[in-house]
Ligand binder design. Structure first.
Ligand code: NAP
Length: 328
């Protein structure tokens, strides 16, 4: 598997990362998936405090113990970890406890990349970043990062860190797949301009692009059927039409839809690594086969044409067209 630098850190990470949102339910399944990922060359493992109520961190922590210094570990905080009104968000109060709790569950002395899991409207951003800086200087976090932030929120965080001399953000974690392309309009260009890494999640649209969904195909045990949040996220009929057209396109060209959907995400020049998600070893094997697909620019363009590109960041784009006033 290829490796890439994570933003401008000089840290090498694999071009596919393994997500552990499904970890913490069955130790045997987790161990098998972890072993397969390591065998394939994955060195980047994404986690969060809320995955299976902390059990994903416990499971991942046991698995990485023998190879802790050969892997890059992430975790995150924002979502509620208990009924208390302060056990959530990105206040200094919560972040300090959240990091300490994650370290305990992971059984390690540092978290390599730590994400604010979501922008917190109730907490001043400088409070959150100052708390992160404190955790960096005490050695508990190596690199700060943000997830699910809009580009302007990320840009504010970059500016605050610069102004105060805090450890800069090293990467972002937006959603990105053929059905959800918002990141293309501002977040990925921001990553390019600032040399920030992009570890993108949900490369398969929660399973939408694996070949098992279509206009009349809704597997009963699939996440988009079972999990209300995902049913809402991918509720519009157009997504299932896209799933069908993408599956047909992949099969006509003798690709597995799962591997091709992930390879399409990975082929964006500003994506460092898509984060894979799988319920078990068989699913993961198909995801890992994405590493064997070297997508040409032409094939990427053909796949991109299957779904609408997001609107550009500004409405005035005439200058980009040749032979108009102002074109260069
Ligand atoms: N920062 C954030 O807010 C955030 C949010 C979400 C995820 N993440 C991270 O990103 C990782 C991946 O996200 P994701 O799970 O949403 O990724 P995804 O690739 O879009 O969806 C994974 C799901 O697709 C289905 N699937 C995977 N491979 C398959 C195959 N070969 N055949 C059929 N179905 C298959 C499985 O669900 P079913 O079996 O249920 O169909 C699996 O759980 C997570 O583990 C987590 O680390 C971060």
């Amino acid at each position: 598997m290829q490796q890439r630098f994570l933003g401008r850190t000089g840290v090498r990470v694999s071009s596919l990362a393994l997500g552990t949102m499904t970890f913490g339910k069955d130790d045997g399944v987790d161990a098998q998936m972890f072993g397969m990922a390591r065998e394939a060359g994955v060195n980047l493992f994404d986690c969060a405090d809320v995955y299976n109520e902390g059990n994903a961190e416990v499971s991942l922590g046991k698995l990485v113990a023998p190879c802790r210094d050969q892997v890059v570990l992430t975790s995150k905080a924002y979502f509620p970890t208990g009924p208390d009104g302060n056990a959530r968000g990105t206040s200094r109060y919560h972040l300090v406890r959240a990091v300490e709790a994650s370290l305990r569950r992971l059984g390690t002395d540092r978290i390599d990349v730590y994400f604010l899991h979501r922008f917190d409207e109730a907490t001043a951003l400088d409070e959150s970043l100052r708390a992160i800086e404190h955790l960096v200087s005490s050695g508990k976090i190596l690199y700060p990062a943000v997830s699910n932030f809009a580009a302007w929120q990320t840009a504010r965080a970059i500016g605050l860190a610069e102004r105060h001399g805090w450890q800069p953000l090293v990467c972002v974690q937006p959603m990105y797949n053929l059905a959800k392309r918002q990141a293309e309009s501002e977040i990925l260009p921001l990553c390019h301009a600032e040399r920030i890494g992009a570890l993108t999640y949900s490369p398969l649209g929660g399973g939408l692009l694996t070949g098992k969904y279509g206009v009349h195909a809704r597997p009963e045990d699939g996440r988009l059927t079972q999990w209300p949040m995902y049913r809402t996220r991918y509720g519009a009929e157009g997504y299932y039409d896209l799933a069908e057209r993408f599956t047909a396109f992949a099969r006509e060209r003798s690709f597995e839809p799962t591997a091709l959907a992930i390879a399409w995400v990975a082929s964006h020049p500003d994506v460092t690594a898509p984060i894979l998600g799988a319920r078990g070893p068989d699913q993961l094997a198909a995801c890992l086969r994405a590493a064997q697909i070297d997508l040409s620019a032409e094939l990427r363009a053909e796949i991109s044409a299957l779904s609408p590109a997001p609107a550009p960041a500004t409405d005035r784009n005439e200058e980009g067209v040749t032979n108009t006033l102002g074109s260069r």
